[in-house]
Design a protein around this ligand. Structure first.
Ligand SMILES: C[S@@+](CC[C@H](N)C(=O)[O-])C[C@H]1O[C@@H](n2cnc3c(N)ncnc32)[C@H](O)[C@@H]1O
Length: 307
């Protein structure tokens, strides 16, 4: 039986909209509209049990899950939500022991969740260019207990001359212009490895899909995931009034070799497009052009391990 001790993580749960994540510190207490919650009242209790505030309200002591951490993280940026993360993990076949490349750490929401799936033998290598966001992400990753399984790099892969990784099982891209890094992602992915990118608009989805075809990716799929909450109560169960509108679209694809000999296959080869849905419009080569242009600029880059 897991008993709550000093330093144990606890989710103080009153209702879906009133819950607090904390590390137990015996001298601490906090004031809420349902009364004072004293950490010391939780010590020695089993997870799942409850305490009573000075206003006679019950608060349950729950063991936090990754969902709780992600929903409570400090947001420096827009984050990927659990409703999408579930499908991402399933669609990319993410499992224990895998090596994951992530471009665009942001607040570290996706990073933490996926690190929790690939640990203890797998690892997430995550890249960002904003040191401020990287610090916020490092704190969030630490709170989620995932620091050991994540390496943060301060490096812009759009302009990097040499790719720092290879044979990655899966790659995530969460940038405003994901199509720009498709050639770089290709170099770091293993054959048939899955790339997944976040695209808040349909225009981004279009550009990305064209770049994926250009760069010999197959099994391309774009999706949107809408979560509807149901308020279930005797005699009056209905949809919740609260709901998230549009969050983002997701795009998935897998690295393929369109040429006959994988070793000789060129990224720019347009032969053997059998399995790939060709875009109806003229293929936009912006991605290839942009990456060529930026790769000629010399930028000062460094690789930083924060954890
Ligand atoms: C929307 S956030 C990512 C959110 C993240 N997926 C999460 O769940 O918390 C986008 C991030 O991409 C980063 N970024 C922008 N350009 C980049 C680049 N060229 N290389 C790496 N990261 C970049 C930004 O600094 C920002 O932190």
């Amino acid at each position: 039986m897991a008993l709550i001790k000093n330093n144990s993580p606890v989710l103080f749960f009153y209702s879906n909209s009133k819950k607090w994540l904390a590390k137990i510190s015996k001298k601490e207490s906090f004031h809420t509209h349902i009364g004072v919650i004293k950490h010391s009242d939780a010590i020695g209790k089993e997870y799942g049990s409850r305490l009573i505030t000075n206003k006679d309200k019950y608060v349950y002591l729950l063991e936090p899950t990754m969902y709780d951490y992600v929903m409570k993280i400090q947001h420096g940026t827009q984050i990927v939500y659990p409703k999408d993360i579930g499908y991402i993990i399933a669609r990319c076949g993410i499992g224990s022991g895998q090596k994951i490349l992530e471009i665009g750490t942001g607040s570290g929401s996706l990073t933490s969740f996926v690190a929790g799936v690939v640990k203890p033998r797998g690892h997430v290598y995550t890249f960002d260019v904003d040191e401020n966001f990287m610090k916020i992400a490092a704190k969030n990753i630490e709170k989620a207990g995932m620091t050991k399984y994540v390496t943060q790099h301060n490096l812009d892969l759009k302009t990097a001359k040499k790719m720092p990784l290879k044979d990655m099982d899966v790659a995530f891209v969460d940038l405003g212009d994901p199509w720009v890094v498709v050639p770089q992602v290709r170099k770091m992915l293993k054959g048939s490895g899955c790339v997944f990118a976040i695209c808040p608009t349909m225009n981004q989805l279009e550009k990305l899909t064209m770049a994926l075809v250009e760069n010999e990716f197959t099994d391309i799929e774009s999706t949107e995931h809408i979560l509807r909450t149901i308020e279930a109560r005797e005699g009056k169960t209905r949809h919740s009034f609260q709901g998230i509108g549009h969050t983002t679209y997701l795009c998935f694809a897998r690295k393929a070799f369109f040429g006959r000999n994988p070793k000789k296959s060129s990224v720019k080869s347009k032969t053997d497009l059998n399995d790939v849905e060709k875009p109806a419009a003229k293929t936009d080569t912006t991605a290839t052009k942009t990456s060529k242009k930026t790769s000629t600029k010399r930028v000062k880059t460094k690789v930083q391990k924060l954890s």
